[in-house]
Design a protein around this ligand. Sequence first.
Ligand code: Z5A
Length: 208
Amino acid sequence: MSRPPIFITVEGIEGVGKSTHMNFIAERLQARGRSVIQTREPGGTALGEGIRALLLDRAHAGMNADAELLLIFAARAQHVEKVIRPSLAAGNDVLCDRFTDATYAYQGGGRGVGLDRIAVLESFVQRTLRPHLTLLLDAPAGIACARARHRSESDRFEAEDLAFFDRVRAAYLQRSAREPGRFRIVDATQPLDAVRRQIADLVQRMIL
Ligand code: Z5A
């Protein structure tokens, strides 16, 4: 009998290769006969993409950390109710590029927002919805950020210094240590082909 729909998230600091590997993960799932909805945060709905533009815009460099947190959860509320829950209910797997672990890592670890406040919003917006499985692509900030910064102008998050991304990475690793049943860590320092092989192996095992 095939497994019920799974909610899979892909996490990590900027430049670890999340966007690069999203299609590949979806293809691996589809090859196993799964129907997959791909989405991302912040974003995934018209409202969410509008909020994303505000969050990334360097014109808002002085954004208050609580305002940032609330915008992220406003986008998430729309995304959960309009895309994630209905897709799962219709029998699809949902593959999401970042979700609430990113909030614990960036707003909690990076900005120093209290984790208890994030937990309150998580319960309010998501009720019992949590990812079943999270692939954490992990690499030191020096390596990952150097990859990402080959690109054009940086956004409001990418403008942060390496110490910020060190804190974000540490927060991700702490979360994964607390929930080893949900997280799978991928060594993203490896060349692209080797990362793909790790991911293919993990996807294969998670849907057996
Ligand atoms: N954010 C938040 O603060 N709180 C939240 O709750 C949520 C999000 C949900 C936008 O997210 C910002 O939102 C994010 C945190 C914040 N900002 N930051 N930082 P995003 O996911 O859209 O942004 P991002 O993480 O900056 O995306 P990214 O820089 O594109 O990272 P990526 O998707 O992990 O990397 P990539 O584009 O796939 O790869 C980057 C480059 O590296 C590219 O040229 C690849 O070809 C190359 N690459 C990738 N893997 C390898 C390997 N293994 N070897 C060599 N080269 C590689």
